[in-house]
Design a protein. Sequence first.
Length: 488
Amino acid sequence: MAEQDDRVVEECDLCVVGAGLAGMNALYVAASYLGPRRRVILVDRRERVGGMWVDTYPYVRLHQPHPMFTAGDIPWRWDREPGHLATKPEVLDHFEHCLDVIRKRVVVKEMLGWELVSHDEGEGGVRIVCEAVDGRRREIHARRLIKAAGFAVTPNPPLRVQSCDVASVSPDFCDVRSGDIGDSGTPVWVIGGGKTGMDTAHALIAADRGREVNLVAGSGTFFLNRDQSFPAGHRRWWSGTLVSASGAQMLSRFDGTNEDRAARWFRDTYGLWPTDDADTYVLGIMSEAENRVIATGLTNVVMDRFVDVTDEPDGPQMQLGSGATVPLTPGSWIVNCTGYVLRDAEPYEPYLSRGGAVLSIQPRSATLHLTSFMAYFMTHMFFRDSVEVEQLYELDAVDLRRKSKVALPFGLLCLSQHNLSVMYDNLPNRVFLDCGLSVDRWYPRARQLTGALKFLATHRKERQRARRCLDTLRERFSLRCGPLPSGE
Ligand SMILES: Cc1cc2nc3c(=O)[nH]c(=O)nc-3n(C[C@H](O)[C@H](O)[C@H](O)COP(=O)(O)OP(=O)(O)OC[C@H]3O[C@@H](n4cnc5c(N)ncnc54)[C@H](O)[C@@H]3O)c2cc1C
């Protein structure tokens, strides 16, 4: 560390910005290339590691089996049954554990509470400027930079409502099961039918069976059936469908133009939804028991878009996107459970900088379906200098979500199918075997192997098909989707 004109300049081999799941996977992989004496600086504007899990609502649980939510293949430090859905404190504890494990492999200096302000790439690497909450600035010189903002989820504020007769709250800033909301006993309106909406409705119904809990669900969201995709105990030897297999079946029905039909087939075959209808799939998972509690516990379900609540002579009225209105009981609670993921459009940035020293893991230039997978595989490609910019596809997932929520999962899964095939030709087998993120690991090795052999036999052919679908999506929705343009 050197002092320069009152400014502290930190030197390191690698700077990783973002200490969420993406950053932790990038750090994990990078450590395996750097070795024990190399120095990494981990920067995050939050005060602790964990990304969005630091300030997401208190009753959030992991929706997949916890062992597959990790950095690389770091095991959880307990021996609970793998189907346990980890709670928020358990997830945050695992993040700390992952960092402890990584610290044994490489020197990590944490700069938590610091924000990336700018970076310039030059001959010797990257000059990075960060700022703390109190305005202090610090400069970092790094040979490489990984910007792992990932999904960059931020807490939801309460929805703005004109009415003075209802209260609007966000589950990220209060616990909807207790305090004023719990004590009042007045009706609750959960706005949003995605994972947060389902978690919130479930938490409210479970906390007070007599409570009036209502849902505004838009066009409806469906979820992968957990019981079917992750059968418990010995049943995993003979029943259930590997998520890679159900995903492949879903893609085999998609030709780039027919997302409505293909989504309906997938929903009816592998899905669950507690509302009358559901057309959107955001890769969420729900059990039959959770679905039952929500479906039977909700008093009213409105399949429409929430706009506002206004005070009318007869009392508060909820205004909906279709123009319809719903009368509300004075004192009702409006809980903002509208989506967080792919909501905010940061400016476009390519996944790899022109100079090749900055890797950027984020959904505007997505390379795989989830940021955890992107960070894991792209960091391998980055350190092996084998990022095949001519062959890999990028997809602006934020733009696709804006244009078609139904087409989004198809775009993301085609992208993964395409790019994993390219990566398979460029990375050693070990990288695939060591990836602990795949939920296929739920199944015994023999069943995983069948899936792996099928991938080996078909991936090049399927790559061509996925590419055709992505090209069609690009034309239909005027998307940024394809290889990085040369010179970008
Ligand atoms: C309510 C909810 C529930 C979810 N549940 C699940 C689940 O059960 N299972 C699952 O797999 N996924 C789930 N997800 C998806 C989830 O977003 C990912 O699992 C994952 O945790 C996201 O990690 P990330 O690193 O991509 O993004 P984040 O968790 O958002 O982390 C990004 C980090 O980068 C930091 N950062 C960004 N820009 C800067 C900057 N300029 N300077 C400094 N720091 C910066 C941010 O402060 C943040 O800490 C859920 C998402 C939501 C919203």
